[in-house]
Design a protein around this ligand. Structure first.
Ligand SMILES: [Zn+2]
Ligand SMILES: [Zn+2]
Length: 380
């Protein structure tokens, strides 16, 4: 098949003779890919990797597979064929794929993995597969992802999409599920207030996930004008922290009654946004870290939580239920198609995707949110 293969840092190449993945387990589903978004994680793998992908000379703990592999984990498509045990899906179904892989997925690859012990880690045993110590993804090292024409994966990861949801918008369900999970981590109640720190792709998806949770006031704090403009179009109020000597006080002053926000979402991951995420909360507020930080310590004053019994937590990717809830929120119109369309700033075929996708996002970050790759052509 045709697609992009990742060989390691700065080595991403278009190929027309990638072995096409085949159904081998009874519960396998083979999906013909329509669209797959390029994620910040894909850019990190390209610039600084391998991170999730297996290191050169080693193999995936989940699947036993080694590089090169196709990246791509934010995707939609149409079912091509199904294994003998699949009851809930049939060829022609329009679907998205929840891309995580964890202890339970090792069963699919039991012939290929090195360590044959199939017991679950503590997170998987306690029904938190998103926190699995082996966590990986289709398209980030477990198996070929959706920058190739086909993906084969277990039916427990497949979800049908509404008939009226275009396949390009459906490829946004995955990044929206990341944001949806973060909002769920804040125990969000309808009508509550939220501040989103950072208006990049994750921040913008968080605004839509908050709308899906029927939020009250949503404020997006973002220094870049182009990104504030995106946030405004999605229905958030916008705030430029550079306009104020004391941006935290200015944000809190937006909500004098409650002396701050009920929830905050750090989608930037710098000391300033971390401080803001805690200080901008009213009493009992909840701060959720959604950003991926470098592995270095930062300053933190514990009493700023204690005095007002605030909570600080983090959100780790998503579970299948988040996908279901995002699809429902889209179907009910709480997350509207017009807003989703704004997030797609480009579409390219796989053969043009290194220059027209990856390099475009690396060199023109501000102007772009999601660029979609269409491995089976732009008119599928
Ligand atoms: Zn991603
Ligand atoms: Zn596990």
């Amino acid at each position: 098949m045709k697609g992009l293969l990742y060989y390691g840092r700065e080595q991403l190449r278009y190929s027309e003779d990638i072995p096409e993945p085949q159904i081998k387990n009874p519960n396998d589903v083979k999906v013909k890919i329509a669209y797959c978004g390029i994620c910040g994680t894909d850019l990190h793998e390209f610039l600084d990797g391998p991170i999730f992908f297996p290191q050169p000379g080693s193999v995936s703990e989940i699947s036993g597979k080694a590089l090169p592999l196709c990246p791509g984990h934010e995707f939609s498509g149409i079912i091509d064929s199904v294994g003998s045990g699949v009851k809930n899906f049939k060829p022609g179904d329009r679907v998205v794929v929840e891309a995580t892989s964890h202890c339970s997925d090792r069963e699919r690859y039991k012939d290929e993995i090195v360590n044959k012990d199939l017991s679950f880690c503590a997170a998987c045993k306690s029904n938190k597969p998103n926190c699995c110590k082996r966590l990986s993804f289709v398209g980030l090292g477990t198996d070929h992802g959706a920058f190739g024409q086909y993906v084969v994966y277990g039916e427990d990861h497949i979800l049908k999409i509404p008939d009226n949801l275009p396949l390009d918008l459906a490829a946004l369900v995955e990044p929206l599920a990341v944001a949806w999970h973060a909002v769920n981590c804040s125990n969000f109640k309808p009508g509550q207030t939220a501040v989103v720190l950072g208006g990049g792709p994750i921040g913008l998806c968080t605004i839509l996930a908050l709308k899906g949770h029927r939020a009250g006031k949503i404020v997006c704090s973002e220094p870049a004008a182009i990104r504030r403009d995106f946030a405004l179009k999605l229905g958030a109020e916008v705030f430029n922290p550079m306009d104020y000597d004391d941006p935290i006080l200015a944000l809190k002053n937006l909500l004098p009654e409650t002396e701050g926000f009920a929830t905050s979402f750090d989608c930037s991951g710098i000391q300033k946004t971390f401080d803001t995420s805690l200080d901008v909360l009213g009493p009992g507020g909840i701060a959720v870290n959604v950003a991926i930080w470098p592995n270095v310590p930062i300053q933190y004053v514990p009493m700023c939580l204690t005095y007002q019994e605030k909570l600080a937590t983090g959100s780790m990717c998503y579970v299948t239920e988040d996908f279901r809830q995002v699809i429902d929120a889209i179907d009910s119109g709480l997350i509207d198609h017009e807003s989703m369309k704004l997030l797609i700033t480009g579409k390219v075929e796989a053969k043009d995707a290194v220059e027209g996708g990856f390099m475009q996002l690396i060199n023109h970050k501000e102007n772009n949110v999601k660029i979609m790759i269409a491995p089976n052509g732009l008119d599928m």
